[in-house]
Structure formats: C-alpha cells, structure tokens
Design a protein around this ligand. Structure first.
Ligand code: GUN
Ligand code: FE
Length: 441
C-alpha cells in the first residue's frame, strides 16, 4: 500500500502544555496520526519508525529548527469586522461600535460581500495558526451561514454564531424578537445540515445592551434545547456596564443578567470580563462558564487591563481571543504577546502583581482555550487519543523578521518558543493541520 494522507508520522521536536505552569518540550518525538487522531507518541534519539511495521505511513520529518506546536484556539473574534482591522483604535467601545463597526456590519446583508470576506477571513486565521475559532457573524442568517461554510470547506474547527440584536442598535441592524429567534433556529439547522462535526452553531446575543430580557431568555432556551455553546460580551467597558445597569435595574450584576436568562452554562464563553466583581467571577466559575481574554482589544479600545490571575484565583476558565476588529491583529501569537505586555504593565502599578509568564500565555493559547470550550478531550495538546490539530513552527524562517546572528542550533526548544511568542507572526507558521488534514501551508 502506498503512503496515505490518513496515516502520518511526524519526526521532530514538540512542545505543548500539560498544565498551566510549564511548557513541556520533547527534543525528538515520533507522533503517529491515523485518520486525524494521535495514536502513538514516543521519544526517540534516532527517529526510528520501524516499530510501525508498515509502509502506508507518510513520513513527515521536520526540518532543522522546526518544531510541532498544538494549534491555537481563538475564543473570540468577529469575522465581519476584519476589513476594519486597525481602524478607530483609541475610541471607547460604544463610540467605536457606532462609528466603525455597525456601518460595516450592515453591509453583510449582501451575501456576495459576506461570501468573499468570510473566505478570506478563514484563510487568514488558518494561516495564523488558529485551528479552532469562535466567530461572531452578524445578524444576517444567510451571510453567517457562508461563514460556517467557509470554515467547513477550508477545514477549520469553528464555532459560528448568528448575532442577535433586538434593541439599542441602528435601524438596519435591529431585528424583531420573533425574527431574531426564527433566524437563529434556522441558522442552527443550516449549520447542522453540513454534518461536519468540526463546525458548530453557537448562540450569540451580542451583549445585554442590544438584547432585551425576553430575547435573552429565549436564547437561553435555544442553547439548552440544542445543547449549544453560548458566546457574548461582558464587562468590557465602564460606560457599557453603567448602561447595562440602567437597562436591567433589578439585576444584581451584569453576570446576573445572563444567569437569569439561562445563558451562563458550562458551554458559555464570555468576551473580556475586564471589570467583573469577585462575586461575578465566582458566579461564572460556579456555572462553569469561561472568559475569553482579549488583551489587544482591551488596550486599543482603552477598556482596561483584565486581571487574569484573579480570574484564575476565583476558579474561572480562561483562554485567549483576538477580538478583531476591536483587536487589531488576528493572530493568537499577538494575543499571547499582548497578554504578556498588559500583565507586565499591570505589575508596574501593583508591586505584588506577578506578570504572566510565557509558559502561562502558551497554555492560554492552546490547552486553556480547549478547556474553556470543554474540548480538552479532543484538542489542546499532544496526547494519545486526541485529534491532531497542530502547527509546524519555524522561527528561523524569516531572517528579515527576526534578524539574528545566531543559528538555530544555539537555541533550545524553549528558546525557540520564546522567539515565537515575543517576536513571531504568521510567517513563522509553516504548516497547519486540523484533525490530521493539512489546511494551510
Ligand atoms: N460589545 C458588543 N459588541 C462588540 C463588538 O463587536 N466588539 C467588542 N469588542 N465589544 C462588543
Ligand atoms: Fe468582541
């Protein structure tokens, strides 16, 4: 039998997180992948694969300097906002939504525009090493289905949400409660009809300002009925929080608004959570919901610095989000670097605050994201039985990018990981695999 794409064997260095605190590096590993799943991993001094006893495996020997890294999980990004990357930075959230985001999102009424942009978005996030993406679409059902289709065709693991908005939004971005719910249910069915287990619909109320109590409750019911993930925004900006309190005078807190609607579950991803109180964090932890930490966006919209260590202390699961277009860069490498930068800045103002380490942000980008989604059984690191969602990384590839007088031989694997996190971008990602399928080169 000739080698097949269904049977792969990788030979080279590997890094992954087995816990939050330390990256595990293997100098030379043999990783066996059968039909997308990791079936064997062993350390090897020689690269000997004779134990496989078969010639049907396609051997992928990594080039000098390369290493294998788990695919990145982007817990929060807005596909329709990609054309606006880098625009309106410095405006506060509610002004930025009005001036930049809503006018662009209206254009997705046009399915052809949506189709073109969404194809490019998925291509670009795959190139950035995002093997699992949580996407917000817009209110438009058919256009958002094109986003799910693009992910499905291009091979990305994706959670895709038709956004719900039934108030406090511009006239052509506001739905009636009934049409919002009907379109959401139709969207769920449309995506399920792909019969692609890698692509799932996700319930996506934009935020409490744009959804009234009835809509939130009904969306909570839909999430339960179809056993779906939920994604929304929470406590990103102080004016947003004040407005939410005005709209829900009887709620104890912002988190309580979602909880009362049945939207805080162990399948909920809350974007930002910059200004949560301890009580809210404890409630979120109790419900098993997770926070998508979006440090780039929190900087450029001047929302604040999210205290990741406090969320952890309160037991909340966390991963990273790029939050394009409030975030200016669609790469989780940038999100890791931004998380390091913002937590370091925070430490300047509180002497006892320990900045995050590169080990911890690497965890957030991979296993942390997987745990936030409850998908750690399938993705997040290289363990036998998991799907092979992986990147071949080459930090020596672009000499123009990281001019260095050193050759790779002088850098340990963990030093190469540091180069990736502190200096890298998508030029350092050579190959991207999702469930064993090569989806970007
Ligand atoms: N809150 C409500 N909508 C949005 C959005 O599109 N981006 C961000 N960053 N926050 C939001
Ligand atoms: Fe967002």
């Amino acid at each position: 039998m000739s080698p097949s794409d269904s049977f792969l064997v990788f030979d080279g260095p590997l890094v992954h997180s087995l816990s939050r605190d330390a990256i595990t590096a293997v100098e030379r590993a043999i990783v066996v992948v059968e039909n997308g799943k990791i079936t064997d991993i062993r350390e090897s001094d020689t690269g000997d694969v004779s134990f496989l006893n078969s010639d049907q495996y396609k051997l992928k020997k990594l080039a000098n300097g390369q290493f294998l890294c788990p695919g990145f999980v982007d817990l929060h990004t807005h596909a329709p906002q990609f054309p606006n990357q880098g625009l309106g930075m410095g405006l506060p959230l509610l002004d930025w939504l009005d001036k930049y985001t809503f006018p662009l999102e209206m254009r997705y009424k046009d399915e052809n525009f949506a189709k073109k942009v969404y194809h490019d978005v998925v291509k670009s996030t795959l190139k950035s090493g995002t093997t699992t993406a949580c996407y917000y679409g817009t209110i438009h059902r058919q256009s958002t289905t094109h986003l799910a289709k693009a992910a499905s065709q291009l091979g990305q693991r994706a959670l895709v949400g038709k956004v719900n908005m039934n108030r406090n939004s511009p006239a052509n971005l506001v739905e009636s409660t009934d049409s919002s719910l009907e379109d959401t249910e139709s969207f769920i069915k449309d995506v399920k009809a792909f019969e692609n287990p890698l692509v799932e619909p996700v319930i996506t109320p934009r935020f409490a300002i744009a959804c009234d109590t009835k809509l939130l409750r009904e969306l909570g019911d839909l999430a339960a009925k179809y056993n779906l993930h939920v994604q929304t925004h929470i406590s990103e900006n102080v004016d947003e929080i004040a407005y939410t309190k005005e709209l829900f005078p009887d709620a104890e807190s912002y988190a309580q608004v979602y909880d009362s609607a049945g939207l805080l579950t162990d399948k909920t991803i809350l974007g930002h959570g910059v200004h949560l109180t301890d009580d809210e964090e404890k409630l979120i932890a109790k419900r098993g919901s997770a926070v998508a930490h979006c440090p780039n966006s929190n900087t450029w919209l001047r929302s604040g610095i999210c205290d990741v260590r406090r969320l952890w202390r309160n037991g909340v699961k966390i991963g990273l989000g790029t939050d394009v277009g409030a975030g200016s860069v669609a790469s989780i490498i940038d999100a890791m670097r931004s998380a390091l930068a913002t937590s370091t800045n925070k430490s300047f103002f509180s002497a006892d605050y320990q900045p995050l380490t590169f080990h911890e942000v690497f965890y957030l980008a991979t296993l942390g994201g997987a745990e936030a989604l409850g998908k750690e059984e399938f993705i997040g690191n290289f363990e036998v039985g998991k799907d092979f969602d992986a990147l071949v990384v080459d930090v020596e590839k672009s000499q123009d990018q990281t001019p260095s007088t050193f050759t790779y031989e002088e850098h340990s694997i963990l030093e190469r990981v540091q180069k990736l996190i502190f200096c890298g971008d998508n030029r350092n990602i050579t190959d991207v695999y999702v469930r064993g399928r090569l989806v970007s080169t």
